[in-house]
Design a protein around this ligand. Sequence first.
Ligand SMILES: Nc1ncnc2c1ncn2[C@@H]1O[C@H](COP(=O)(O)OP(=O)(O)OP(=O)(O)O)[C@@H](O)[C@H]1O
Length: 589
Amino acid sequence: MTVMRIGPEHGPVLRLLAAARPAGGRLTLAALCGALALGSGVGLMATSAWLISRAAQHPPVLVLMVAIVAVRAFGIGRGVFRYAERLIGHDATFRVLADLRARVYERLERLVPAGLPEARGGDLLGRLVADVDAVQDLYLRVLLPAAAAVLVGGASVALAWSLLPSAGVLLLAGLLLAGVVAPWLSAAASRRAEHRTADLRGELTAHVVDVLQGVPELVAYGAATDRLATAARLDDGLTRASARSAATAGAGAAVTALAGGLAVWGALAVGIPAVRSGHLDGTLLAVIVLLPLAAFEVVAGLPLAAQQLQRVRRSAARVFAVLDREEPVRDPAAPVPLPEPPCTLRATDLRARWTPGGPYALDGVSLDLPPGRRCAVVGPSGSGKTTLTTVLLRLLDYESGLATLNGVDLSDLAGDDVRRVVGLCGQDAHLFDTTIGENIRLARRSATDEEIRDALRRARLLDWVETLPRGLDTRVGEEGAQVSGGQRQRIALARALLADFPVLLLDEPAEHLDVATADELTADLLAATEGRTTLLVTHRLAGLDAVDEIVVLDAGRVVQRGAHAELLARPGPYRAMWDRERRHDHAPR
Ligand SMILES: Nc1ncnc2c1ncn2[C@@H]1O[C@H](COP(=O)(O)OP(=O)(O)OP(=O)(O)O)[C@@H](O)[C@H]1O
């Protein structure tokens, strides 16, 4: 049997169903338990109705025994099956969600930084958390209740029909009104509101994250009021959309209650004449009258489910938009195995840009990094330094020219393999809210405390760590907030040193530090990387006499290259940058 392949050309709901295929068995079992729970409810009502009527005739108690046992069984079964349905249904759903969330996260990892130019952090967070959460409703609140409603609704109609066909027809009509027409109307009325809800929630999360991250600037510039007003406006929109959804849900519930009431009256209207004419046993009248009460419980959740389906559709579309996003760098179908170290990284005449048709951020850049060589790339802001490291890390494809690792084209290697050999310590290296030791151990889980100390020693931070009462176990706070900027960068450097990448890229590691701290850090990291293949991106020139070659970039092109002394010896951009830096450093403050 061929299984239909579901892909991006299909709707989001169909794709969610396909995503649940591995949990199909569990979901079916949950649906069955749900149907048995609702069926027990209907059975309980019908049997109790008969029992009460029959008991009023004072028959021998043995006549009632089977019904009494059935009432007990249905009563217990209702609770047990409901519990089993919740347990199995949630277990299956959370497995599907965990898998989906992991897929979204993996895709985000591959998309950043070039594949999501317009993305906002909060919106992505919303997609990863709230939207993935929202799709659980498809399984728990739409599929399972709908499956149970079809099974139990059908069985209830069949039971009513077998007792009195006209009561069966009335029950069927009522159930169709409450279980098909009301949900359809609810879905139609709430489609816009539900779609707006998912989008507004994403916008509000993005805005709130943006505001929270910028609290110091907003307070300093007195701009908080404006940003809070925008948050309040988005929140109002969300409240209005939610109120509309709630009103529609209320209307759906009202239609269901009305249909249920009409079905009870209808059953009375056809049942009494049937008893009078002898077509229905008097003890069964209570059964056909009370049966709709239980049967309508089966469809009561469907208008809300139809509404939730709209919400799920929108959230799923937002999740699939991330999953379908084209990767900025495509791994080859059959990647070439990673060459063994020592490694030579070479770039020849590289041209690369961030957007197709946009300006070239790198326009003919060549670079040679044989084992042990240290190069610095300098140049004004926007000259393409970071773009070069991004290409060498295989996070952005180059358009022409060639970049090779031991002679193998980077494009023939898997990106993850390249990043096993070429490591980055960036200007905003992230510190996790844990201890200094754990932040460094991230580079190598098996590292011993002694190896971590050694990395810290090379990053010139060990003396400071040893003065701390808790040493390596000192917590660094969120984003390293409890350590200074210089210490943060040194922890990141120690991490990169511990990882022991054959080729190390350092992208402006001293960027956010004051001049004295920055120069000290640069000197220390140059001492720590002696003899290692290193590319240092910087716009400060102090200390660069220690590297083998300096490449000067401007507007994506190499405008000068050579050793520090050579470049200073002749007029040119490097000497102009150097003179500017000196003047700035010696200017009175
Ligand atoms: N993620 C990105 N998406 C789109 N364009 C980008 C991105 N990153 C950089 N660019 C563009 O590429 C060009 C080179 O930027 P790049 O960040 O490489 O310069 P840089 O020399 O590292 O600058 P700085 O010293 O300020 O970090 C710039 O015009 C910049 O606007």
